[in-house]
Design a protein around this ligand. Structure first.
Ligand code: COA
Length: 324
């Protein structure tokens, strides 16, 4: 039987209207625009309005991707949504989005892999298509991470933003996605986590103690090392050389981490999509937001090879090498 591949046929994204600059944050915590820019590359972030949810952003991004694809919601046979900030505990945000799109009946579920959520969702969707189980899949990465930020903690509050991105995947006889890789190591859980929740219990604190905790320097070191190994593994899995990659579309957490990965691949920064300056770290939203920006700005062209990767709490890390 001829192999089946999955192809990205369209992308979409959504950002909250409200933009908060580094200078705005200087009024809240003891920080400076200069410190944030030089340590992270971030200049601004979008922050969800009161009442605006992950599902709202996911729905908008999904609708834009479906419109671009010319695919009706009723044609979808699967929705996979990466998020660590679901609207409610259940139903999943994927189910909430499915209902709003009018795709009722298809399978729909969330994936929680922290910042690697979209990359995990993409890898899973690819396997559904390759197995013949699904023909048209909506893959979303969406977050409102600023809802679980401690606005008194300058070490974390300057880093994150809200947003969503989506892709429509379709079964094809041509690649498509060449290879995906996924990994996790729960041994690192305490370096980047939000250690409250339903079963462990919430805390008797404002916002129920729901806050991101991070050991930034340690996360940085492991992220760089791990992403180096991940891009090597992904190239090997796809049987390709770094010189064949047209664009690196990395997780947008820190410009210095992105530059380190580009260096590993010997890719000039002109071939790297950078949106961290505009969006900050939108967790699962980051890679599909960057991809949609790259497509809509005309940088990424059909037929080019793209290397997508992400790293996040867990730790989790995942990648995809694909022909767009
Ligand atoms: N504004 C001003 N000063 C700040 C600050 C802020 N927002 N946050 C921390 N500092 C201070 C620290 O208190 C420290 O002060 P000290 O030297 O007096 O102790 C100093 O800046 C340097 O801190 P350090 O942690 O060494 O900085 P760094 O160069 O490692 O940069 C991060 C900090 C968080 C930007 C960086 O470690 C990072 O990006 N880590 C990865 C985080 C990440 O990507 N997480 C998500 C993964 S998905």
């Amino acid at each position: 039987m001829a192999p089946i591949y999955s192809r990205i046929i369209a992308t979409g994204s959504a950002l909250p209207e409200r933009v908060v600059s580094n200078t705005d944050l200087e009024k809240i915590v003891d920080t400076s625009d200069e410190w944030i820019r030089t340590r992270t590359g971030i200049r601004q972030r979008h922050i969800a309005a009161d009442g605006e949810t992950t599902g709202d952003l996911a729905f908008l991004a999904a609708q834009r991707a479906l419109d671009e694809a010319g695919v009706k919601a009723s044609e979808l046979d699967l929705i996979v949504l990466g998020t660590t900030t679901p609207d409610i505990i259940f139903p999943s945000t994927a189910c909430l989005v499915q209902q709003r799109l009018g795709a009722n009946g298809c399978a729909a579920f969330d994936v929680n892999a922290a910042c690697s959520g979209f990359m995990y969702a993409l890898g899973i969707a690819d396997k559904f298509i390759r197995s013949g189980q699904s023909k048209k899949v909506l893959v979303i990465g969406a977050e409102t991470l600023t809802r679980m930020i401690d606005w008194n903690d300058r070490e974390t509050c300057v880093l994150f933003g809200d947003g969503a991105g989506a892709v429509v995947l379709e079964a094809s006889s041509e690649p498509g996605i060449h290879a995906t890789c996924m990994h996790a190591d729960g041994g690192y859980k305490e370096l980047l986590w939000n250690p409250v929740g339903v079963s462990a219990g919430f805390k008797d604190e404002p916002n129920h103690g729901v806050r991101i905790k991070m050991a930034g320097r340690e996360v940085f070191k492991v992220a760089v090392k791990t992403l180096d190994a991940l891009v090597d593994e992904t190239l090997q899995a796809a049987g390709m050389q770094a010189s064949q990659i047209d664009w690196l579309i990395p997780h947008q957490a820190n410009l210095r981490i992105i530059e380190a990965t580009a260096k590993r691949l010997a890719m000039p920064m002109e071939r790297v999509i950078v949106t961290v300056d505009q969006h900050a770290n939108t967790s699962s939203g980051s890679v599909p937001l960057a991809l949609d920006y790259a497509v809509r700005s005309g940088k990424v062209q059909r037929g080019q090879n793209l290397l997508l990767e992400a790293f996040g709490g867990g730790f989790t890390w995942a990648s995809a090498l694909l022909r767009y």
